[in-house]
Ligand binder design. Structure first.
Ligand SMILES: NC(=O)c1ccc[n+]([C@@H]2O[C@H](COP(=O)([O-])OP(=O)(O)OC[C@H]3O[C@@H](n4cnc5c(N)ncnc54)[C@H](OP(=O)(O)O)[C@@H]3O)[C@@H](O)[C@H]2O)c1
Length: 316
């Protein structure tokens, strides 16, 4: 079914947090009609003002939509919104496609796909990378697991939300790819944090050091985008430490099942836990440098605030 006025599938959003709200906005801007729900009702009001229909439950979203996106926190939250009371499954109808774009366990995605099929609707897992700024600017990388026909059906929506859109494999493959991404994000972040603390301890100019490292083999997305904010002491989220910690826990759970040894991920997980104990759970994930500073007794800051580039918001 399509929206008669727009000729496009009717789109629903459940979860209007840091990521879900700008993604829903981009769906509206892309010409889709949008119906949305958020657990904390107030957070949906900006979207109502921009033309979305705001409803009372995820089941209501499903009833009014051809494609429903969930963008919540982790596996139990996706389960609650999809299969709980007044969940998406309660409003499911012929042809409904539920796309989970949160970061959750690959095994949970596979389980949800089977349960949804039993209830008569299809699913995709389509987690994203690129952070809040990527969501705002519709530049997300989208990693998709599920059936090709469903991916094709959702492609116009994906194109309204992101730039790099890859169908990785069957159900759960998108989440598996996202967790691999999170290993690289966390360890790059740790590498940058240690490099800056070491440089500070040597007494060299931190901004000059950052610039020259970013031009050589020590360069990375994190060196370009995280390092200036670390040096400026700008730890506002973006991508919260609590979520980074959740993602590394999902990696370690899967690694445990598969008997994998991932020492770097284990270390990063422990350091993020320390940061949570220090009260930093709701800071941006690049606050990891504060743990390294505390362990080393050295602070890496520059006097003049480095102007963040448009891409320098913390991301995952
Ligand atoms: N932020 C990033 O840079 C980033 C990047 C890529 C991927 N992600 C992933 O995207 C997802 C969302 O992240 P975010 O940064 O947008 O988080 P957020 O700002 O904390 O938003 C979380 C959203 O989920 C809702 N929610 C959580 N648990 C729920 C439940 N049990 N029932 C109903 N609603 C629930 C929240 O509702 P309330 O408003 O009621 O709390 C809120 O709308 C996470 O899986 C995260 O790992 C985040």
């Amino acid at each position: 079914m399509t929206d008669v006025a727009t000729g496009r599938p009717r789109v629903g959003f459940c979860g209007l947090g840091i990521m879900g709200l700008p993604m829903a906005r981009n769906a509206l801007r892309g010409g889709f009609s949008v119906t949305a729900w958020n657990r904390t009702a107030d957070r949906a009001e900006p979207l109502r003002a921009e033309g979305a229909a705001i409803v009372q439950t995820p089941a209501d979203v499903a009833r009014s939509s051809d494609i429903v996106v969930t963008m919540v926190t982790s596996s139990p939250d996706v389960e609650a919104v999809t299969f709980g009371p007044d969940g998406i499954a309660d409003g499911a109808h012929d042809g409904l496609l539920a796309i989970d774009m949160s970061t959750i366990a690959p095994a949970a995605s596979r389980d949800f796909a089977e349960r949804a099929a039993d209830r008569g609707f299809a699913t995709l897992d389509a987690p994203v990378s690129g952070g809040e700024i990527g969501a705002i600017e519709a530049r997300l990388a989208i990693m998709i697991g599920g059936d090709a026909g469903d991916v094709n059906r959702a492609m116009p929506l994906f194109e309204a939300l992101g730039k790099t859109i890859v169908h990785v494999g069957g159900h759960g493959a998108g989440q598996a790819c996202k967790l691999a991404n999170q290993i690289a994000v966390a360890l790059n972040n740790l590498g940058v944090a240690e490099a800056l603390v070491f440089a500070a301890a040597q007494g060299i100019d931190l901004e000059k050091a950052r610039q020259v490292i970013a031009g050589g083999a020590g360069s990375s997305w994190a060196m370009h985008n995280y390092a200036p904010k670390m040096l400026a002491g700008d730890f506002a989220p973006g991508f919260m430490v609590d979520l980074q910690q959740k993602d590394l826990r999902l990696v370690l759970d899967a690694a445990f099942s598969d008997r994998l040894s991932l020492p770097g991920t284990g270390l990063a997980h422990a350091l993020y836990t320390a940061l949570q104990h220090d009260g930093g759970g709701r800071e941006g994930n690049l606050a990891l440098i504060k743990v390294i500073e505390r362990l080393s007794g050295v602070e890496a800051r520059v006097e003049t605030l480095v102007e963040p580039t448009p891409q320098s918001a913390d991301a995952d």
